[in-house]
Design a protein around this ligand. Structure first.
Ligand code: 6R9
Length: 654
């Protein structure tokens, strides 16, 4: 599967005719206009060299890109900078020390505003603390924390001393921590006693204790933030309280300049098989693109905007669009610890209202959940401060897009559907809010300075209207530099499918205007009676039915058709799961929307779908269920009990 995405089949099942022009006032005052595309096209490297000047360099780079040993890129290689200085100190020096950097909202309702001046002190103390623990430039530090300001402070403290961080999702198990800590050879782990999740304190330190007590662990110290006050086991000599250690440090710390290619972080992506890949990002190029895209795609005005990205810090979205992009740009942002339904289903909208959020960045999975909860919930809050809405993580179904625009964006806010990956480091394909006439469900076109296209099996660029594989055809500043410790796997995974092009692993099509529509991972594409059908399109067709809140579609082995389409659906409030007529109705609805070939063979109503912590549906687990196989690796699931529930739905070999 996956290497057979042909032109005529994948493309153009779904017709979407709706168009939304940018609001006139936004367009008139936009940070970035259509000219940027022209400028970058005329001189791509010159364009990025200019964007690099958004940063403050101790030594200005004279060389933009060194591509002498592709695909191992060096950007701004002879430049030197300190990433934390760029995210914090320089804003204080520019007179913005009193500006709030982070409005922290804890799940239990505690809140804290941290100004740039305070952030500078905290990051400096933490940098001094890590230095006291023996961390040096080039070392690795693992971070296993809830969504609290110390997560951002920890990342910046590492950056400040030139050490690379490796953030591990607070929801992952001891096994996941152990393999990641070992692979990165981390010296220190920063964790907390626990965090608040669904109204209760949830312990974190026991998983770290378990992971670092294993044989051969490289970890010398565990630095523990006190968040919940719950009891923790303590290993003398190894464990250190954050508040004690940072409390006795000086708030002065002179940031040292490091090479642009100094490693900034490693972030592990699970992938579908094999051991997690440690994606390596470096400093100057990464920060340039994170800052530029945050400025351009959200039209950020640091003096007036209140920005909120709802991602977890353990996901790349949290790295680039909570920590690095917004802080490099001097933004004021909201950081929320908990879940969207604690203590009630209007919590997100209450937060938007409380802080006057102007830019909201969230994921399709969250939007579909809000749709399921009902329009009346956001309607109770004042959301009039919002002016730009973002989406990331999965293709956004046109129905969810329309709901987001209408119910959250008052039918006026532009939606920027941003396609990118852990590997790309920053946004690559997205509308620009003051420029693009948006189309529900399309990420549209490569950002200025980025080269993306869609190719067929033979690496030929498909014409407008065609479908195939998404590839990136020119290096970009925030590209991954390698897979930590495994250059060969880096080459094999991304650079060997199509010569000289980066293979993203996503299916995509181009519409008649040349705009790009993402169709999901190529591993998920189904082959039914010789036709490639994208899971995304069948799911979008199902979600466009008034009874369906969410859908996950997989291809299961089938004797006659090769694969048969099996759909798992979550119904909206009033729909009845035992209603035979409804299932027939849904099947016909897909038939009329996409064509008879796309009709699911089976439709199974379920209560929940298996998802990763970043909200992506784990289709391979559903495929295991649909094919009556034992489940594969479930360690990156948010909630593994979901699979038990789904399996009981499925009588063997139905
Ligand atoms: C940022 C992030 C990357 C994969 C990517 C694609 C999917 C992300 C998307 C999208 C369609 C979008 N993806 N954004 N698909 N439209 N706007 O999610 O990184 O966790 O590494 O996932 O997510 O399949 O290849 P990561």
């Amino acid at each position: 599967m996956g290497d057979v995405v042909s032109n005529e089949s994948l493309a153009n099942l779904l017709k979407e005719e709706r168009r939304f022009a940018p609001p006139a006032d936004l367009a008139a005052n936009a940070n970035v206009t259509a000219e940027a595309y022209e400028q970058a096209k005329a001189d791509r490297l010159g364009f990025w060299a200019e964007q690099a000047r958004r940063l403050t360099w101790s030594t200005e780079p004279t060389e933009t890109l060194d591509w002498s040993n592709p695909p191992f890129a060096k950007w701004f290689a002879d430049g030197k900078l300190n990433v934390a200085y760029n995210c914090v100190d320089r804003h204080v020096e520019a007179g913005h020390g009193d500006r709030v950097a982070i409005h922290f909202e804890g799940e239990p309702g505690d809140s804290r505003a941290i100004t740039y001046a305070e952030l500078k002190d905290e990051v400096s103390r933490a940098a001094n603390a890590l230095t006291e623990l023996g961390v040096r430039q080039g070392d690795r530090v693992a971070v296993y924390l809830p969504m609290i300001p110390e997560a951002v402070v920890s990342m910046l403290a590492c950056a400040r001393i030139g050490a690379a961080h490796s953030v591990v999702f607070g929801g992952f198990s001891a096994d996941a921590i152990a393999t990641r800590v070992k692979d990165a050879d981390a010296k220190v782990v920063i964790t907390s006693d626990g965090g608040y999740r669904r109204g209760k304190p949830a312990a974190l330190k026991p998983a770290v204790d378990d992971a670092v007590s294993r044989e051969g662990s490289s970890v010398e110290h565990v630095l523990v933030v006190r968040r919940t006050g719950q009891d923790v086991a303590w290993t003398e000599g190894r464990d250190v309280w954050w508040h004690e250690l940072t409390g006795r440090q000086s708030a002065e710390h002179t940031p040292e300049a490091f090479d642009a290619e100094n490693p900034l972080f490693i972030l592990y992506t699970s992938g579908t098989t094999g051991k997690p890949k440690g994606i390596l990002h470096t400093s100057g190029g990464y920060l340039t693109q994170a800052a530029y895209t945050h400025h351009a795609v959200f039209d950020l005005k640091p003096e007036t905007d209140v920005y909120w990205c709802t991602a977890d810090i353990g996901w790349v979205t949290g790295h680039s669009y909570i920590t690095y992009g917004p802080l490099a740009n001097g933004a004021t942002q909201v950081m929320y610890e908990g879940t969207p339904d604690t203590p009630h289903q209007g919590r997100f909208w209450e937060i938007v209202q409380k802080y006057g959020v102007t830019i909201l960045y969230t994921a399709p999975t969250a939007i579909r959940t809000f749709m399921k909860w009902g329009d009346d919930i956001p309607a109770k809050f004042d959301l009039s401060s919002l002016r730009v809405l973002g989406s990331v993580g999965e293709p956004i179904n046109p129905e969810a897009w329309m709901w987001y625009r209408k119910n959250i964006g008052a039918d006026k806010c532009p939606i920027v559907d941003t396609w990118w990956q852990t590997e790309t480091g920053a946004m690559m394909i997205s509308p620009l809010p003051g420029v693009t006439e948006t189309k529900p469900g399309s990420a549209q076109r490569a950002l200025p300075g980025i080269a993306a296209t869609v190719v067929d099996d033979e690496a030929r660029e498909v014409p407008d209207g065609g479908g195939g594989y998404l590839v990136l055809t020119e290096p970009w500043p925030s590209m991954l530099r390698t897979i930590w410790g495994d250059d060969q796997r880096f080459l094999d995974t991304y650079w060997s499918r199509f010569e000289g092009k980066y293979f993203a692993g996503d299916g995509a099509k181009k519409d008649e205007d040349g705009d790009i529509w993402l169709l999901g991972r190529v591993d998920d594409v189904m082959l039914v009676s010789g036709h490639n059908i994208s899971t995304t399109e069948v799911e979008s067709a199902l979600v466009s039915h008034p009874s369906v809140a969410e859908a996950a579609v997989v291809g299961a082995a089938d004797e006659t058709t090769g694969q048969a389409i099996v759909a798992f659906v979550i119904l909206r409030g009033t729909a009845n799961a035992d209603d035979e007529g409804l299932v027939a109705d849904l099947r016909n609805h897909v038939g009329t929307t996409l064509g008879p070939i796309a009709k699911p063979k089976r439709i199974l109503p379920v209560a929940e779908l298996p998802k990763t912590r970043s909200g992506k549906i784990m289709r391979r687990l559903l495929r295991d269920v649909a094919e009556n196989r034992e489940l594969g690796d479930v360690t990156t699931l948010t909630d593994s009990s979901v699979m038990d529930l789904i399996q009981t739905k499925l009588p063997a070999a139905a």
